[in-house]
Design a protein around this ligand. Structure first.
Ligand code: G3H
Ligand code: 13P
Ligand code: ZN
Length: 316
């Protein structure tokens, strides 16, 4: 059993905001992804958030995921938080809090404001009593969130005054905001654009109401690197017209009040590209270690680079 404990995201965010960098929150679904992220963090001396979605829990089983994270604690030295990504109701948040997560997200963004406030508050009360931090979401991202498909036309950017009221009334520890990012590999049809003016207004309004430097969260923040997409397509994938958030925008956000930046799609692209390459180049191989190994290395290279972009390298 590991002596080392998970770190709360609250503690990580305080340091990140003071140091003007953002913690990368990386989605984990299996052992190879987890090892790639943890080894990258260890090598670059970065604090990390490992996050599991409802889909990840369904795929891998929560107990397996928690045990893998325990193994990561045992074999590394960097600060690690374990977070539920897009918890859709009180029950899933409770299962994760009771199961050992150090942070949960309650995503009530599909509900009207009052309902989102009530649900978030219910989770905050339960989580805080157990020392677990809570991320909430206000506003709608265009794209796909778990099973909920939010079309671009239904996307609503976060309103600064509503955000201030929401944070005050719910007591949540961080807030995911909608300023133009979206989930997946197809974020912009034209030029990439984020509403940084709105980010500044939200930050100002929320800080004023809580009286401290409040952490904001950016979902849908993968950069969808062209070289990773090209690698996938070169080896038989069909991913045309993809576009992500430029790295300069992530670096800017991380210096301007965003303390957590979510990355999933880029990990998927790196993993898939390397597996496809291996299948094409070594058709006679059928030992999974011989394609999952290079895939893990590809994810590791990506994450190490990400840690430099977000400014976490050297901060552990
Ligand atoms: O925001 C969604 C994350 O990328 C998780 O995706 O629900 O397919 O695991 P998932
Ligand atoms: P991407 O799809 O841009 O990687 O976003 C992931 C995310 O927000 C997970 O909650
Ligand atoms: Zn998300």
């Amino acid at each position: 059993m590991s002596e080392r404990k998970l770190v709360s995201t609250k503690e990580m965010f305080e340091k990140a905001l003071a140091g003007k960098y953002a913690i990368g929150a990386y989605n984990v679904n299996n052992m190879e992804l987890l090892q790639a992220i943890v080894e990258s963090a260890e090598e670059t001396k970065s604090p990390i958030i490992l996050q599991c979605s409802a889909g990840a829990r369904k795929y891998a089983n929560q107990t397996y995921l928690v045990k893998l994270v325990e193994a990561a604690l045992e074999t590394s030295t960097i600060p690690i938080a374990l977070h539920l990504d897009h918890g859709e109701d009180f029950e899933i948040c409770k299962l994760c809090i009771d199961g050992g997560f150090s942070s949960v997200m309650i995503d009530g963004s599909r509900f009207p404001l009052e309902e989102n406030i009530a649900l978030t508050k219910q989770v905050v009360d339960y989580a805080h009593a157990k020392g677990v931090s809570v991320e909430a979401e206000l506003g709608k991202l265009a794209g796909i969130e778990d099973d909920v498909n939010v079309h671009a036309k239904d996307s609503t950017f976060t309103d600064p005054q509503e955000a201030a009221r929401f944070v005050k009334e719910t007591g949540c520890d961080s807030l995911a905001i909608a300023i133009g990012t979206s989930h997946g590999a197809f974020k912009f049809s034209g030029e990439a654009r984020l509403d940084f003016k709105r980010l500044a207004e939200i930050k100002k309004a929320v800080d004023a109401v809580v009286g401290y430097d409040f952490p904001l969260v950016l979902h849908g923040a993968s950069s969808v690197p062209a070289d990773l997409v090209a690698e996938c397509n070169k080896y038989g994938a069909d991913i045309p017209g993809s576009k992500g958030v430029p790295e300069e925008m992530l670096a800017f956000a991380s210096k301007n009040g965003v303390a957590k930046i979510n990355i999933d799609t880029d990990l998927r692209l790196a993993l898939t590209g390397a597996i496809r390459k291996s299948f094409v180049e070594k058709p006679a191989n059928f030992d999974p270690r011989n394609y999952l190994g290079p895939a893990r290395t590809a994810v590791k290279e990506l994450v190490k680079h990400k840690m430099k972009v977000l400014g976490t390298a050297g901060k552990a």
